[in-house]
Design a protein around this ligand. Sequence first.
Ligand code: PLP
Length: 394
Amino acid sequence: MTDQEAKHRQRIAKRAAGLERSKIRVMFELADEVEGDLVHLEIGEPDFDTPEHIIDAAEEAARGGQTHYTANAGIPPLREAVADTLAREDDVQVSPEQVTVKSGAMEALALAMLALADPGDEVVIPTPAWPNYVNHAEVAGATPVEVPLPADEGFDLDAELVADHITDDTAAVILTTPSNPTGRVYDEDAVSAVADAAAEHGAYVVADEVYGRLTYDDDFRGMASYVDHPEQVLTVGSCSKTYAMTGWRLGWLAGPEPAVDAVTSVGETITACPSSVSQHAALAALTGPQDAADEMKAAFAERRDYVVERVADIPGISCPYPEGAFYAFLDVSDFEGGSFDVAKRLLHEYGVVSAPGDGFGEAGEGYIRLSFANSLERLELGFDRIEEMARDEL
Ligand code: PLP
């Protein structure tokens, strides 16, 4: 390389250059180039607006001068509200000092990797899973260890298989229930067995429960409420999905104080604290009336039932039964090509945008994820088109 070339070389760190692009974003961009009435079923966020009383609380906070940095772990009443909510909704017992409030579950999860995994440590990730976990581990210099869950068991948590991958090098095991992308809720005995294996090796269980309030059949209990070693569990939650607050960027991590303090301390170097206005909005969300959240959940439940019905009626496709979250993970392996090919044909020829399953780990190959955070009318149109594709191609 000449001096001149060196001077003009764009210096990009390997940790950034090596990051895989999200297939969901790729589909989103491809869709941007397609004209016509597309049905967007790729997006993982509620289609509702944030409830009025939450917006009012934010406005009041901003006008009342709550526009400054706050304590790194969040304002004390919000930490208390998170602890109360975890106890009330999920049976998880933590003190406010065991809660750190961050800019979304995403920041909490990324910071957890930076704070708890050393370079060379391993992070065990049962897949299919939300793709960010792999990147969080890699940015921290840790090694993600994907454990593809068996498709023929509906991607339920196979405790033995996961436990086999936990060693003294494991810093954390990430368990997401309800799952993105399958909507499955993990069996409590399986979670307990994985938590036992993690505890044996001194690894944390990162319990990503951002969809915990969105279960449609049974009441949800947080993993920390029933495993034998709750002191190994870091519970991650968020306002995003429950209260239609994805843009407010407000989530939390709760668990053993030394781990929580370490997360807060790394967070100080990045954002210090989440937006003060969003914290006041979150306080209103958690402590105010829950009717709007309940109504959104009821709407998701109705759509889930509709999606399950439609999938059952279309020959050649199926999905694990979504007990929670707002996703159906469709087995499209009877169609020609891989997940991405099917997703591209579904977009270009039928006008439905989906998320290719291989974006959620190799276990997801042969699947596409559809979000039912969309109106019944749009879901009907989307499934009419999927049915047409199945008729044409199978
Ligand atoms: N965890 C899972 C499983 C998710 O699906 C998402 C968002 O899609 C997040 C965490 C991030 O949530 P937040 O908006 O609170 O950062």
